[in-house]
Ligand binder design. Structure first.
Ligand code: XMP
Length: 325
């Protein structure tokens, strides 16, 4: 398959067009890989999930999915990957809990770029280690999509497992590389993936690591993860989840004084952020009604251990960026 989208290519906007695309890709994949074995790094994001579902349909157990939990995933994210792919779709799935390895590597590291590099490198190390354990794998499937190719000017595709060691050479299988995100979603629904997985908001590769500014600690990571889960739950309930582009919590690396049951506390503050954008180059802030903010505040203060304050970030991009680091 060429790396350039033909101008006449029909946009996949309906279930019928998605079914046609799926049939074509299943044929293509079978033609390309024959009875060869294929490996896929499955994060649970929409792109890798759609590629997994396509390959399961095409080659079943000849696909091995590796799901690396780097300890920076959102609440229950790994559970959803295991339920969807292993339990419901019968995929060959290797689950690797590498939380300790990632958090050990990140201990004490404050610089945002260094944190990203460590997360990227550790991911490659863990994935390569798993890949080497498998025998006779010739192909590597990737959820490269068309904007990845455009952003890299067609020279090399940006992907999660770029930079694998020299002794691990694979032929690439990239069935959605000519699709835009909205098309990948239509295909995902047609493949029967859960709506929540297909329409989930963008989530950065370094995960909750960038929402725990400064040096990551397990304690602060738990406050981020639990408060994020409450924010998402409340946004689902009030319908904002369908409207807002990206929403999450941040827990800065400082504590402030509070009072609880007559005793002074000294704990973290949770920052709420909800933004809208078209291309992530600029962003506006969603005006969340106070009634909803108060509900989220009450739940976070009551349910999340280790925080005594809730703040709202109302800064647009520019001058701020969407993430805090
Ligand atoms: P910023 O913070 O630069 O973010 O305004 C723009 C969009 O990019 C996402 N983001 C990342 N995504 N790896 C990713 O895959 C990263 O390191 C990363 N940093 C930011 C961010 O969530 C927002 O959607």
């Amino acid at each position: 398959m060429e790396n350039v989208r033909d101008e006449n290519m029909v946009r996949i906007t309906t279930p019928e067009l998605a079914d046609k695309f799926i049939d074509e890709q299943v044929d293509e994949i079978r033609k390309q890989v024959g009875d060869g074995k294929v490996l896929l790094a499955l994060s649970g994001g929409v792109d890798s999930s759609v590629v997994a579902a396509l390959l399961i349909k095409a080659i079943g157990k000849n696909l091995t999915c590796v799901h690396v939990n780097h300890g920076l995933l959102r609440k229950d994210e790994s559970k959803q990957v295991i339920e969807t792919f292993q339990e419901k779709m019968g995929a060959n799935l290797i689950y690797v809990d590498a939380t300790d390895e990632f958090l050990d590597q990140l201990a004490g590291v404050e610089d945002p770029e260094s944190k990203r590099k460590i997360i990227g490198k550790t991911f490659i190390d863990v994935f390569a280690r798993e890949a080497k354990k498998l025998k006779d794998v010739k192909f590597l499937a990737q959820g490269t999509i068309y904007p990845d190719i455009l952003e890299s000017h067609g020279i090399k595709s940006h992907h999660n497992v770029g930079g694998l060691p020299e002794d691990l050479k694979f032929e690439l299988v990239e069935p959605v590389k000519l699709l835009f995100k909205d098309e990948v979603r239509v295909v995902g629904e047609a493949l029967g993936l859960p709506h929540k997985m297909v329409y989930r908001q963008p989530f950065p590769g370094p995960g909750l690591g960038v929402r725990c500014p400064g040096a990551i600690t397990r304690e602060r990571l738990e406050v981020v993860r639990e408060s994020d889960a409450i924010l998402r739950d409340e946004f689902d309930k009030c319908g904002l989840a369908q409207k807002v582009w990206q929403y999450f919590t941040i827990v800065p690396p400082f504590k402030s004084t509070g009072i609880s049951e007559g005793k002074r506390t000294f704990e973290y503050a949770v920052v709420l952020r909800a933004v809208n954008t078209v291309d992530a180059m600029s962003a506006t802030v969603e005006e969340i009604p106070y009634e909803i903010l108060f509900k989220i505040r009450d739940r976070i203060l009551a349910e999340v251990k280790g925080c005594n304050r809730v703040l709202v970030d109302i800064s647009p991009k520019p001058v701020a960026t969407i993430e805090w680091e």
